[in-house]
Design a protein around this ligand. Structure first.
Ligand code: KIV
Ligand code: ZN
Length: 515
């Protein structure tokens, strides 16, 4: 079995999805989970693109030791210098330099001749190789490039020091047959190709990203670039979980494997969906809610007699069975801490104390606490508290089918004061949001509101996602609570807190610049 390296770009290309804006703590949480999943390379961001990206890439490179951490860089020295500053503390510092090679991009975007493009690519790789033990070079829009020009530039960047050559289908244009041909052709026509690993990076504009990635692997690609849940620019990137599971289930055909812990897939997918606010469709392969549901009578009958009649992937393979009850009301702190360790968390004593308290509160209301509940509480603690500004202290809602819904809320301000206000609305959630809007004394437009439960059951935890426009700034927020109204209020305040926190950080940054 040949090993294919998995290069995850959820935190870079995935974060380029419209409407996704992860904060520092969320990026850390995703990076830790990617390490747990066992990805070979984490593309943590684009260090030169913003101070925020620089900070998170550096922190991830310094923290993650089980995966190699990389960052994207344009073919300019200042980007490479910034990337080195961000990545040098990593286990295996690796840079990802890119330059477009298609006629359309060279002419209209770069305004460079093909010779100038070769010169720039070679110079940037040579410069990067002075610092980095691993240099990956990407031919942006490779799949619409002239194949002989590609062969020429690849040969020269390998001579300049590139050890990985990535061939992106930047606009999701290629077909499986064509990408297979491209990889085979380059293997045969680039004399020094054996000195570098070949990588594919497919986008999903025509819905072929996974099929194209698998075709590239079939044609010998050593590395596959992908994102969790297939999130990314426009229609997204190739989905990691679909590629990984296809390679496992059809290893008879592909004769290739990844080093991933497949039973971490579901949890990784849930975390990314939760933090990005990008919902996984129910019918999505491998991680959708219906991926293992058998609906028709004939199918159910078949599965009851013999699972393999209609089930080619077991839910356990991708970690869907974690839904079981794990702790109850009488479980103590010790059992709780053991469970956190078993779930792969290294938590501080302070974190354990806080989440244990939240667990005890939940256990008073909910009979069975599942791994998914603990996971939800832990995520809430780690990424929720990071954006505290206003805090909802108390909510009371008066609702009746013939009454006007009224909410009364107590909110704690950053100065520690308690504010109280009441307002009405046409429904309970609207009453809550009208009250909160009045309290923060600014116009807030609600653009999206979604609610879902953590597992089934009438006593399940509720998770609410909102998108708002507050003071002209778009923001999203999440809230988890046992009650849907409390979760709704928390999500709204979370979205507001994110804007206020960002403003505070910008002010602090501006002060530093002045100094
Ligand atoms: O799609 C693309 O071409 C990219 C490159 C920057 C690697 O994401
Ligand atoms: Zn891309």
């Amino acid at each position: 079995m040949r090993k294919v390296n998995v290069f995850d770009t959820t935190l870079r290309d995935g974060e380029q999805s419209a409407g996704v804006n992860l904060n520092f703590e969320e990026k850390m949480e995703i990076a830790l989970q990617l390490e747990r999943l066992g990805v070979d390379i984490i593309e943590a961001g684009f260090p030169a693109s913003s101070p925020g990206d620089f900070r998170s890439v550096k922190a991830i490179a310094d923290m993650v030791k089980g995966s190699s951490v990389t960052g994207l860089s344009r073919s300019v020295q200042s980007d490479i210098d910034t990337s080195w500053e961000a990545l040098k503390g990593g286990a295996e510092p690796r840079i990802h330099v890119f330059l477009a090679t298609s006629p359309i991009h060279m002419k209209h975007k770069l305004r460079k001749t093909p010779d100038e493009v070769v010169e720039t690519a070679v110079a940037s790789v040579k410069y990067a190789a002075k610092f980095f033990p691993h240099v990956q070079w990407s031919a942006e829009d490779a799949c619409r490039s002239d194949i002989d020009f590609l062969a020429r530039i690849i040969e020269q960047v390998i001579d300049a020091g590139a050890s990985v050559i990535n061939l992106p289908d930047t606009v999701g244009y290629i077909t499986p047959k064509e990408i297979g041909h491209m990889f085979n052709y380059l293997r045969e026509h680039v004399p020094n190709i054996h000195k570098a690993a070949l990588s594919c990076h497919c986008h999903d504009d025509l819905g072929m990203a996974v099929a194209n990635s698998l075709a590239a692997i079939e044609a010998g690609a050593d590395q596959v670039e992908c994102t969790i849940n297939g999130i990314g620019e426009r229609a997204g990137n190739a989905s990691l979980e679909e590629i990984a599971v296809a390679l496992r289930i059809r290893n008879d055909f592909y004769q290739a494997e990844t080093g991933l812990k497949l039973n971490e897939i579901k949890r990784t997918s849930t975390l990314v969906s939760k933090l990005t606010g990008m919902v996984v469709p129910s019918n999505k392969a491998v991680v959708g809610a219906n991926a293992f549901a058998h609906e028709s009578g004939i199918h159910q009958d078949g599965v009851l007699k013999e699972k393999t009649t209609y089930e080619i992937i077991t839910p356990e393979l991708v970690g869907v069975s974690s839904n079981r009850m794990v702790l109850g009301k009488h479980s103590g702190r010790h059992a709780f801490k053991d469970k956190l360790n078993e779930l792969g968390y290294t938590a501080t004593e302070e974190e354990i104390n806080k989440v244990f308290k939240a667990f005890k509160d939940l256990a008073d209301k909910k009979k069975e606490i599942t791994e998914d509940d603990i996971f939800a509480l832990m995520t809430e603690e780690r990424v929720g508290s990071a954006v505290a500004y206003y805090e909802v202290e108390n909510i009371q809602v008066n609702y009746g089918t013939t009454n006007i819904p009224t909410a009364t809320i107590t909110l704690k301000t950053p100065e520690g004061e308690s504010l109280q206000e009441a307002a009405t609305g046409s429904g309970s959630v609207e009453a809550i949001y009208n009250t909160l809007e009045r309290m923060i004394d600014s116009t807030v437009t609600l653009q999206d509101y979604r609610i879902q439960s953590v597992n089934g059951g009438r006593d399940a935890l509720a998770e609410v996602y909102v998108k708002i426009n507050f003071d002209g700034v778009e923001s999203s927020g999440r809230g988890t609570a046992h009650d849907v109204l409390e979760a709704s209020a928390k999500a709204y305040i979370d979205a507001i807190n994110r804007v206020l926190n960002r403003k505070l950080k910008d002010q602090a940054l501006a002060k530093q610049v002045k100094v």
